[in-house]
Design a protein around this ligand. Sequence first.
Ligand code: FMN
Length: 411
Amino acid sequence: MAFVETGSVAQMNRSPKRRYYTGRRLSRVESIDDLRARTHRLMPRFVLEYLEGGSGEEATLQRERTAFSEWRFVPRTLIDVSDRHTRRALLGRDAQLPLAIAPTGLNGLFMRHADTAIARGAARFGVPFIQSTMSNDAMERVAEVPDLRHWWQLYVFGGDEIWQELLRRADACGCEALVLTTNTQVFGDREWDNRTRTAGSRPTLATTLDAARYPRWFATTLNHGMPDFPNVIDFIPKDKRGFFDASFWIREQMPKSLSWDNVAKIRDRWKKPFFLKGLMNPEDIRKARDSGVDGVILGTHGGRQMDWSASALDVLPQAREIVGDDFPLYMSGGIRHGTDIMKALALGADAVLTGRATLYGLCANGSGGVHKALTILQNEMMNEMAQAGVPSLDALSPDILIRRDAMPEAP
Ligand SMILES: Cc1cc2nc3c(=O)[nH]c(=O)nc-3n(C[C@H](O)[C@H](O)[C@H](O)COP(=O)(O)O)c2cc1C
């Protein structure tokens, strides 16, 4: 499958012909877009819908990217940038980038033991990996990855005994931090993903026939059967443990009443760093700061929950104002380039999360691809920090940016 970029100002009527690199040689990969293009070559349609899709009209998904395009740099010159780096302390420990890999469920659809592969890529590079409650590798197995900074993402579902047991295990296997996802108690309406399944939540005939065209994906993914949910399997009724049944059953068990009382109970039990993920509204951000948690991750779940939501980047400056200088504030959504990370930091984030960018790496080349995705983001940042006259991450401030609507009108 060829990927031809259209509409670039550098092309005239699609000339010169441009293609992303979709081969397997990591040394030839230039950008996250190459990894994405290879992902689209290798994965069946229903997997791509799961990975790429958003909810409803996908207005939030779109906003996640356009929000970045509304900010431009106003680069500085004549500043010594010979000694720059991208390292930042996260929870008091050095990370190679101001970044953690976002929790993503059902990674087993991309390849077998995908969670362990992501963890390997993250550990080798030197950033934390947040493992999802809906992951397909046991957290104890992932925890064995050498040098891993392992964080656990919690979905609350069913009775209190479930999250209590998950916290006990996460603590026992050395997880460094807990991330409670707050914006998914009702599952987003992902139309395009839904269209790949029948009303009874089985793959449609077209989905199955399409998947059959990807024998290589099948061999590395489903050859040993559908993935399962080893971290939560014991809580799922025996007749609901199949892949599709289990994921839908868990969704239905998420209490719609999740509230600050749950946050207080979890805070009480989990003594290590504790983040809330998926906050957007200033009122909630204020409450979070005063609730005893250790940090907030702004975000829209990658455009997969509320449609027509603002993006995390949109609310970032106000959120920083609310929480003050010293409260850990991360953002997730739409990070595809080093400049995106720079913009997020300039507007007030301490760090970002990547979901799809690192998943494209995984789909394209396994754990080496995850490492490559992180390396690309770092290399881009190193270059663009020099271009912007920014010698250190601390020098990234709103002064280096201009908003599109604040630019002088064209004559
Ligand atoms: C395929 C996929 C699965 C996801 N699963 C989870 C999950 O299990 N738990 C969670 O808190 N967030 C989940 N998210 C949201 C991500 O953690 C993250 O917020 C989002 O992907 C960021 O946007 P980006 O993909 O543009 O980087 C998922 C996102 C994707 C794309």
